[in-house]
Design a protein around this ligand. Structure first.
Ligand code: SF4
Length: 640
């Protein structure tokens, strides 16, 4: 049966809200398919505002892949701002897709991509506005399957109660596989109802269905074990890895936003995974191994994407873009191709070495020379050994000197505060480093007109990393250290004015810590925060630390655990972690050993250029490192 558009009802509300354009859809390259021509229908959600959600690559890729399938349609939905939420409640307008303004509840699947845990309250708003019961257990036969993906889905336990299913890893192939399972079940007349559909998904081993697992606890609050409660459900659920990125050159037709968004460019992912082994980096750990897209596919994707979208900026994405085995040829080839056109190229690389500057020089041939960014992450040499960021002070000074010597005037340095074993002096070492950077820059450039900005984020221990056992540093300590650093820089008469400092207070990191390493009991906190009005927790103007604190206290009052237990407590080797039954491929013993190596300040090389050190991923997942060089080159686009 056809589903009517909600647009006429929504349209009446739009003059009363901010940025109404974000709700109207119809972007270049968006797709609207006939409802009745499809028998499997996905609503894809990025749980943040349109301006953040639209550029999200994961959603754009799945949107295109699913819409290319016969008898399948996919539409997008984003979190609505509180002004529209209030009006939708007042006028009974449910959560809608922006493509055909269909009610989200009418779809078969609501697939939600979580890049960060701070989107959890927005999921509850969307469910509630859709009329979908918040708890998966309360949902009826006709409600969509609520499915989570994205990096935060590697520990979906804090939102397990609200999810029917979760998928770990790359979405391209599994989204198609899920579609086929649903289609088959529907074609057969929905035997066994929703329960059987979830069972079919769970049996495959590639879809996690939380309701089929029971969690048992020790009296002190630690988890005793997580056990399947159905026959045929696997003990561990595995992540998905796409092995040939050239076979999946998406997005082919990038969406062009109607309203202002955080990135207005066409992004091409040049490789997936990272084996540098930075111990704080969840993205690097869970996306192993490295799989490169070939230089020719990258060239073809840039050409097609620019043609289809009209974007005049192209970004080459990955976790460490300068590490592509043919990045030099890619940079030169693309810079040659687009020289003199209005297409500019960017490479968001933070690698600390001179080669990065060579690349930046290539990429800025056709565009602005805004600034260069490097990420030493730790202020002191000792700290950098703990986190396995193998950058010496000499490396950094040599690199920035080259940059300033080649005419760059602005250098940005990324650091983290609150890292395991960190002392006050490790953070104050950031000031020394920044001073040496300016000093070296003045010497090589002969100018006082150079700047360095230090940008500092709070460290949050993440699941599936060697720091998953670590105690998080309390926000008072983080704030005290950052204040001491700021005061030191301000007092410096010689260099202080040339050094900028950007940082946030440590409180949001504590909540991110609770949500990252939480278990199923944290759902009560999330729900309490949402019921108290919590929305858009990733936005400082909406985030309320006090609300999270008071809700955590109340919601966990009957439990033997509290917020500090989840965040500030170091775990021991044998403790069952909430995500141990979810397999990112990393061998638990290897992770523990790497954690011990971190405490001993021992370093690990990148397995791309040294022998495999058995982190476990390749044998467990049946994957392998896949890098070039291919030896191919990018030829000019127009043959005269
Ligand atoms: S298994 Fe070996 S080659 Fe594969 S990612 Fe781990 S260390 Fe690298």
């Amino acid at each position: 049966m056809s589903v009517e558009s909600l647009f006429p009802r929504l349209e009446a509300l739009l003059p009363k809200v901010q940025k109404p354009i974000q709700y109207v859809g119809g972007e270049l390259n968006s797709t609207v398919k006939e409802w009745d021509d499809a028998d499997v229908r996905w609503a894809l959600m990025y749980p943040d505002a349109y301006e953040v959600g639209l550029p999200n690559q994961g959603v754009q890729i799945l949107y295109e892949i699913l819409n290319e399938l016969d008898r399948t349609l996919a539409e997008r939905t984003y979190a609505v701002w509180p002004d529209l939420e209030a009006l939708m409640r007042e006028h009974g307008v449910p959560q809608f897709t922006v493509d055909a303004h269909r009610p989200v509840r009418a779809f078969d699947v609501l697939g939600v991509s979580f890049s960060t845990e701070l989107g959890y309250t927005n999921l509850l708003t969307a469910l509630d506005l859709s009329g979908i019961p918040l708890r998966a257990a309360d949902r009826g036969e006709d409600d969509p399957i609520v499915l989570a993906g994205g990096h935060a889905a590697f520990n979906p336990e804090p939102i397990a109660e609200f999810l029917d299913a979760a998928v770990l890893g790359d979405g391209e192939q599994i989204a198609i596989a899920i579609t086929e399972v649903i289609r088959e079940w529907k074609d057969e007349g929905r035997p066994g109802g929703r329960d059987e559909l979830l069972m079919r998904l769970a049996e495959s081993g590639g879809v996690y269905v939380p309701r089929f697992y029971d969690v048992e606890y020790h009296p002190d609050g630690r988890i005793k074990r997580v056990v399947p409660n159905r026959e045929g459900v696997p003990w561990r659920v595995h992540k998905h890895t796409v092995m040939d990125l050239d076979e999946w050159p998406y997005p082919k037709k990038p969406l062009v936003p109607l309203a202002e968004t955080v990135h207005e460019r066409f992004s091409v992912e040049i490789f997936r995974g990272c084996t540098r082994g930075c111990r704080f980096c969840q993205a690097g750990m869970i996306t192993r191994p490295v799989r490169e897209r070939s230089i020719t596919t990258i060239g073809d994707m840039v050409e097609a994407g620019v043609r289809e979208s009209g974007f005049n900026e192209v970004g080459l994405l990955s976790l460490s873009s300068a590490d592509h085995s043919e990045i030099g040829d890619i940079a030169k080839g693309l810079a040659d191709r687009y020289e003199g056109t209005n297409t500019s190229l960017s490479l968001p690389s933070t690698r600390v070495d001179a080669f990065n500057i060579t690349l930046a020089n290539e990429f800025s041939r056709n565009g602005r020379r805004s600034g260069l960014t490097f990420a030493p992450e730790g202020g002191s040499e000792r700290m950098r050994k703990v986190i396995n960021k193998m950058v010496s002070e000499e490396d950094l000074i040599r690199t920035v000197s080259t940059a300033y010597g080649q005419g760059w005037r602005q250098v940005k340095l990324y650091f983290m505060c609150g890292l395991p074993t960190e002392e006050d002096e490790d953070v104050l070492a950031i000031a020394d480093l920044a001073r040496r950077v300016i000093q070296a820059g003045r010497e090589v450039s002969g100018s006082r007109d150079i700047r360095c900005t230090v940008s500092i984020g709070g460290f949050v221990p993440k699941p599936h990393t060697p720091f998953q056992w670590a105690a998080q540093t309390d926000h008072e300590t983080v704030d005290r250290r950052l204040k001491a650093l700021r005061d030191t820089l301000r007092k410096d008469r010689e260099y202080g004015r040339a050094i900028g400092m950007r940082y946030h207070d440590g409180k949001p990191s504590v909540i991110e810590g609770l949500l990252s390493r939480g278990d199923r009991r944290v759902a009560k906190v999330i729900r309490a925060v949402w019921e108290d009005g919590g929305r858009f927790d990733g936005w400082s103007e909406h985030f309320s630390f006090e609300r999270w604190m008071s809700c955590a206290e109340k919601a966990l009052a009957d439990e033997p655990v509290d917020l500090d237990w989840y965040t500030l407590r170091e775990r021991d080797e044998n403790e069952v972690l909430p995500w141990d039954h979810l397999d990112a491929g990393l061998d638990r013993e290897w992770l523990w050993q790497d954690w011990q190596d971190a405490l001993g300040e021992g370093e690990v090389e990148d397995c791309r250029w040294t022998p495999c050190y058995d982190c476990g991923v390749c044998p467990t997942m049946g994957t392998e490192i896949q890098i070039g060089p291919t030896g191919r080159k990018l030829l000019p686009l127009t043959v005269v």
